[in-house]
Design a protein around this ligand. Structure first.
Ligand code: G4P
Length: 529
């Protein structure tokens, strides 16, 4: 197959949702359709179960699963589908944000009863900012939930999306009869049999056709006719260009658990979702069909076995092909590296591959060369954009608890930060180290891993900081900036890249500081230029 055809047949996407909306179940059903797995239950939930915060075994279990489900690939109707795992747990939100830099589109799962939940709002906001094409799947239609129109309103309002339903439910919960597929113009009847894999669909091109009354009963049929009339009156027709530009989001309804409405979603997805998209680097826009290879690291996973300190770096291929045993330039290190055993990912296994194409993810064994955000190329100097650090929510001093092991501690901290487990800030005044995280859980993960993988011990000390702001003075030589640095010196720190950060102890202080020093801009995200 030609290079161009290989690119055109790839769909790399992520499924985002609030925990429990049905992401794992949907993923599994998609894999079943792709023939990648044979039975339900094969994809383990990577959720951290409630109350597991201090259960280290649970953390390890989660890490083990998350490497297995990092990338799930399968073929469907000649299309190579790559699903990138995005943890729903809020403590791992940064991991998800970074993974979203490697997807070309997204499916958002919403629970029909719970509606739009906080984690969905956050993740969709990130996708919206980057104009990532999104399809919404309203799940759990077999349960009583919100009225479809009410839910569509809620999705528009809370997620700031412009939706257009491509399927519509006939009844709901106890009374759920099926869905009308506006995209394919057919009715899919719900049998309630969760073991059924392939649903019977009946073509109903004309809604006035009496076959509809026969299929779902006269009342439901009339109801559906009215509702679809309203749908057509209220929502714009589906426009693929608008969807691809991130300006319109088609909506599907179904029940992942019952494998209902999933085939419709997948069939539409492979037709409309984008193949690998061009990506902006600091230097220029890079197109997937360029001959020269380029890609970037969006995830690093440490080996589960402490005896083997190697890690797996996940590279999204942006352009050209990636070949085994060929030298590539590690742009930050200015070094050429060769990889003898690059991994490709399938549903339940990984395999060494000779060649990978744009849109694909390869896993490279790494002994400490890579950091998140690193670029690898055929020789050109490129730096891919869009892997920013966000302000953490929690801050603590980290102290060495075993003076004999300070080297191990420094190395451990360094490598864990490269993996993106948390962020390190070094105070300007006294060089003390501060760890910032998105969730409290990470502190336990770090402590546990430092001890088990690096043989180092640490303790934490509370620190009254609520936000880290990246500092961006209009004029670094101005008196105002000098005064700011002098007055706030106790709160100034450097991040790992050496960027200056102001650690604000409260939203009030931050506000006051901004008022007093208006020429010193503050950003919650490390990438602002
Ligand atoms: P997540 O990955 O988004 O966190 O959600 P997951 O798929 O694990 O689903 C969360 C719960 O919702 C699971 O039940 C799952 O069986 C259920 N679920 C998913 N899709 C549907 C659906 O279409 N209808 C109904 N009624 N339930 C659905 P659980 O009891 O928490 O877990 P489990 O013990 O069944 O695994």
């Amino acid at each position: 197959m030609s290079f161009k055809k290989e690119i055109a047949r790839r769909r790399t996407f992520g499924i985002v949702s609030h925990p429990d909306a049905g992401k794992t179940t949907l993923t599994e059903k998609l894999l079943l359709f792709g023939g990648a797995i044979q039975e339900a239950g094969a994809v383990k939930s990577n959720k951290i179960k409630k109350g597991a915060t201090s259960d280290f075994m649970e953390i390890e279990r989660q890490r083990g699963i998350s490497v297995a489900t990092s990338v799930l690939a399968f073929e469907y109707n000649g299309i190579k589908v790559n699903i990138l795992d995005t943890p729903g747990h809020k403590d791992f939100a940064e991991d998800t944000f970074r993974t979203l830099t490697a997807v070309d589109s997204v499916i958002v799962v919403v629970d029909v009863a719970k509606g739009v939940e906080p984690q969905t709002e956050k993740l969709v906001e990130v996708c919206r900012m980057r104009n990532i094409p999104m399809i919404v799947f309203v799940n759990k239609l077999d349960r009583e939930g919100k009225d479809a129109f009410e839910l569509l309103d809620e999705i528009e309002e809370k997620l700031h999306l412009k939706v257009t339903p491509l399927s519509f439910p006939i009844g709901m919960g106890y009374d759920f009869k099926g869905i009308y597929n506006l995209w394919e113009k057919n009715v899919n009847l719900f049998s309630g049999d969760s073991r059924k894999n392939i649903e019977e669909t009946i073509q109903v091109s004309n809604l006035e056709d009496s076959i509809l009354d026969e299929l779902v009963g006269e009342d439901s049929a009339n109801n559906l006719r009215e509702e679809l009339e309203l749908v057509q009156g209220v929502y714009p027709a589906f426009d693929q260009e608008e969807y691809l530009a991130g300006h319109q989001q088609p909506v599907f309804f179904g029940s992942a658990l019952n494998n209902f409405g999933v085939r419709e979603l997948l069939d539409c997805f492979v037709k409309i979702a984008p193949p690998p998209r061009p990506k902006m680097s600091e230097e220029r826009l890079v197109l997937p069909n360029e001959d020269a290879f380029s890609g970037f690291v969006f995830k690093i996973h440490a080996n589960m076995d402490p005896k083997h300190r190697d890690r797996l770096a996940f590279i999204k291929i942006v352009s050209g092909v990636f070949e085994r045993n060929k030298p590539y330039l590690h742009v930050r290190n200015k070094k050429n590296l060769k990889f003898s055993s690059p991994n490709a990912f399938f549903a339940e296994r990984k395999e060494i591959v000779d060649i990978s194409y744009p849109g694909d993810i390869v896993g490279l064994h790494d002994t400490g060369n890579f950091k998140i955000g690193d670029t690898l190329t055929s020789g050109e100097i490129l730096h891919y954009k869009g892997i920013p650090a966000f302000s953490p929510e929690h801050f603590r001093y980290i102290n060495n608890a075993d003076p004999m092991k300070s080297k191990q501690l420094a190395k451990g901290i360094d490598q864990l930060m490269d993996e993106g487990v948390a962020q390190l800030f070094t105070l300007e005044l006294n060089g003390r180290k501060v760890i910032g995280t998105v969730g409290a859980l990470q502190y336990e993960v770090i402590q546990y891993r430092l001890e088990h993988e690096y043989g180092a011990k640490c303790t934490y000390e509370p620190l009254g900081v609520s936000k880290a702001c990246w500092v961006d003075p209009e004029d670094p030589k101005s008196e105002e900036f000098k005064e700011f640095l002098r007055v706030k010196q106790r709160f100034m720190a450097k991040d790992k890249r050496g960027q200056l950060v102001f650690l604000a102890d409260s939203p009030f202080t931050l506000q006051m500081t901004q008022q007093k020093y208006p020429s010193v801009k503050m950003h919650y995200v490390s990438e602002f230029k």
